[in-house]
Design a protein around this ligand. Structure first.
Ligand SMILES: [Zn+2]
Length: 365
C-alpha cells in the first residue's frame, strides 16, 4: 500500500469513529466511585507519589469537570454534595436526601432498585455517613444517626460494606437491635469481609467498625477487596437478568486526612482508593456493559503543590504540599470515565447534571 492509500484508509477509519453511534451499547452496570475531598491536586499528588508511573486514573477514556456549589453555599459540605450526586438536585449544606424545604428526593439507587437493578454500597466510613446516606436517607440533619440507621434498614440495598456498628447495635423499633432487623429481613450479617464468601443468594450487611474504619495504613487492602467482593456479589445477584447493578464505592477517609492537613496520610488514602478504582476498571474490562465513574464530592484542604524554590533555571526545584484551609473549597472536580458509555459523559457541568446523566445511562431517570 502506498502512502496516499494508507492516508485515505486512516482518514476513513478516523472519520468513522468521529460519528456518534446510532445504537450505543446499553450501560447495564454502573460503578460510581467517590473520593471524599478528592480534587485534581489530590490526584496529582498520587501521580507524583507514584513517580509518574501510570495509575488507574490515567486509564480514563473520557474526563469531565464538576461544579460543586450547594443550594445555599458556594462551598459545599459532604451532605449537600452527596445529595446532588445521588439525586440530581441541589440542597442546603447539612441536609441529606431532601430539598431545602425538606421534601424527600429520590436517589439513583432507589430508582435503580425500583427498576430491578441490584444495588450496593462500599465505604470506609460508617454506612450512615453523608456520602452513602444520600443514596438511601432523607433527613434534615446529616447527624441524625438513629433516623439514618432506620432508613438504611428499610432501604433494601443488596450489598452493604463499611462501618457504623455503633448505631446498628442500638434497639430497633420492632425489638432487638438493628442487626436483628437486618437478619429478619433476610440479610447475611457479619463483621468480617472474609465471611461474605460463604454467602449464597442473601443480601449482605458487612459492618466491620464501630464508626469509621481505621486509616489506610492500618486497615490494609480492605477497600479494594471489598470493592471486588461487592462487584462479584452484585454480578451474581443480577446474573441472567436484563437489569444489572448500581454500586457506590467511597474512599471516605481521604477527606479526614485532608482536614488534618496530613500529606502522608492523604497519599496513603489516595493509593488505597486508586487500587479500588483499578479493581472496578478491571471488572469493566471483563464485563461488557459496565461503566466506571470516578469523581469527588468536593475538594478539601485547598491543597497546592508548589515548588520549593522559585529559581526555575535549576534542574529540580523540589516540591511541597500546602494546605490553605482545614475545610472544603469551591474548586471544580475532575470526573474520570471508563468502560461502556464513557464517551457519553463529558464537558463542564454541575454535580447534579452528572447524577442525571448517570440515571439516563442506566435507564432509571
Ligand atoms: Zn469534609
Amino acid at each position: 500500500m502506498n502512502g496516499k492509500w494508507l492516508t485515505l484508509v486512516l482518514c476513513l477509519l478516523l472519520t468513522g469513529t468521529a460519528h456518534p453511534n446510532p445504537n450505543p451499547e446499553p450501560v447495564r452496570n454502573l460503578v460510581l466511585m467517590i473520593g471524599d475531598g478528592m480534587g485534581l491536586a489530590q490526584v496529582s499528588m498520587l501521580q507524583i507519589g507514584n513517580d509518574y508511573a501510570p495509575t488507574a486514573f490515567d486509564r480514563a477514556q473520557q474526563v469531565a469537570l464538576l461544579v460543586t456549589r450547594s443550594a445555599n453555599n458556594r462551598v459545599t459540605d459532604s451532605a449537600a454534595a452527596a445529595t446532588a450526586l445521588a439525586t440530581g438536585c441541589k440542597t442546603d449544606n447539612g441536609t441529606l436526601g431532601v430539598d431545602p424545604s425538606g421534601v424527600p428526593l429520590e436517589s439513583s439507587m432507589a430508582r435503580a432498585a425500583a427498576k430491578g437493578l441490584a444495588t450496593g454500597i462500599v465505604v470506609t466510613s460508617a454506612l450512615q455517613h453523608a456520602t452513602p446516606g444520600a443514596f438511601y436517607a432523607h433527613v434534615g440533619d446529616r447527624g441524625d444517626m438513629p433516623a439514618i440507621t432506620r432508613q438504611l434498614a428499610a432501604a433494601d440495598i443488596d450489598v452493604l460494606i463499611g462501618g457504623g456498628r455503633r448505631w446498628l447495635a442500638e434497639p430497633c423499633d420492632d425489638g432487638g437491635t438493628w442487626f436483628d432487623a437486618f437478619v429478619r429481613r433476610g440479610y447475611f450479617v457479619t463483621d468480617d469481609l472474609a465471611q461474605t464468601h460463604s454467602v449464597g443468594r442473601e443480601k449482605v450487611l458487612c459492618a466491620v467498625a464501630e464508626k469509621h474504619l481505621p486509616k489506610a495504613s492500618e486497615r490494609g487492602d480492605f477497600l479494594p477487596r471489598a470493592t471486588e467482593r461487592a462487584l462479584e456479589l452484585l454480578d451474581a445477584a443480577s446474573a441472567g437478568r436484563p437489569q444489572g447493578f448500581l454500586l457506590l464505592v467511597e474512599g471516605s477517609l481521604i477527606d479526614y486526612a485532608l482536614h488534618a492537613g496530613d500529606a502522608g496520610w492523604t497519599l496513603d488514602e489516595m493509593r488505597d482508593f486508586e487500587r479500588a478504582v483499578a479493581a472496578a476498571m478491571d471488572f469493566a474490562d471483563r464485563t461488557p456493559g459496565t461503566l466506571v465513574v470516578v469523581t469527588g464530592d468536593h475538594e478539601t484542604g485547598g491543597l497546592a503543590i508548589s515548588a520549593n524554590k522559585t529559581d526555575f533555571t535549576l534542574g529540580e526545584n523540589g516540591l511541597q504540599y500546602h494546605f490553605s484551609t482545614t475545610s472544603h473549597t469551591a474548586t471544580m472536580l475532575p470526573v474520570y470515565l471508563y468502560g461502556t458509555g464513557a464517551d457519553r459523559i463529558g464537558g463542564v457541568m454541575e454535580n447534579t447534571e452528572l447524577a442525571r446523566r448517570i440515571m439516563t445511562l442506566l435507564g432509571v431517570e
